[in-house]
Design a protein around this ligand. Structure first.
Ligand SMILES: C[S@@+](CC[C@H](N)C(=O)[O-])C[C@H]1O[C@@H](n2cnc3c(N)ncnc32)[C@H](O)[C@@H]1O
Length: 191
């Protein structure tokens, strides 16, 4: 998918897409390292979009590990099918992660890599998504989600971090990655 197509999808569904451009490789590397993708047996990506992070997940994924993604937009699912024909991408809301773990004969996963635009979501959706992904995670599993430079200064950004802390306890924030538009960092939560 071109830069222009990504931006067009953002303009059509700003609350779902939440970013004008896809994530950089530099952030994708930080996301995958923080999630310990290389050590995980089951990895789930939420909101892959057109696959900006997926390629890096695949580069680090253990060949024995199971991996699938859940993407709400059928257009992005089509883009994923072209770019990564071997990757299972379910066209659904990430709240249904439990259903897709079961379809893949998994009780839990060890890593959840999220590209979801949390700050754009209404509170009820944030709660149901976080509940579902928390239940989906094995004890010790890691959840990572990137956010932008300015989010600690915004009420919505602070509220989302507080929601993570309520569930997971201590949250780690990586250093800022300046090679991203806008600069971003990653929250890391361990169950
Ligand atoms: C900011 S884009 C991130 C795309 C890509 N991961 C990246 O980092 O460039 C957010 C993605 O989350 C998807 N999305 C939004 N709400 C979702 C939901 N409830 N379940 C699954 N995917 C969702 C959007 O369609 C979009 O692909």
């Amino acid at each position: 998918m071109s830069v222009l197509s990504f931006a067009k999808r953002f303009l059509a569904h700003p609350d779902q897409v939440g970013a004008i451009a896809a994530t950089s490789r530099a952030v994708a590397e930080v996301v995958c390292a923080a999630a310990h993708v290389n050590e995980s047996k089951a990895v789930v990506e939420l909101g892959p979009g057109d696959g900006a992070i997926t390629g890096t997940v695949l580069d680090h994924l253990n060949p024995e590990a199971k991996f699938f993604a859940i993407e709400i937009s059928s257009e992005f699912c089509e883009a994923m099918a072209i770019r990564f024909p071997g990757v299972k991408v379910y066209n659904d809301s990430a709240e249904h992660i439990g259903k897709y773990l079961a379809e893949n004969e998994l009780d839990h996963c060890d890593a959840v890599v999220s590209g979801l635009p949390w700050a754009s979501f209404p509170h009820e959706l944030q709660v149901s998504l976080l509940d579902a992904l928390y239940d989906a995670m094995a004890p010790g599993a890691r959840f990572t989600t990137y956010t932008y430079l300015f989010s600690p200064y915004l009420k919505k950004g602070r509220r989302f971090r507080a929601m993570l802390e309520e569930r997971f306890g201590e949250i780690t924030a990586t250093p800022l990655v300046w090679a991203n538009v806008p600069p971003a960092f990653v929250y890391v939560a361990q169950k």
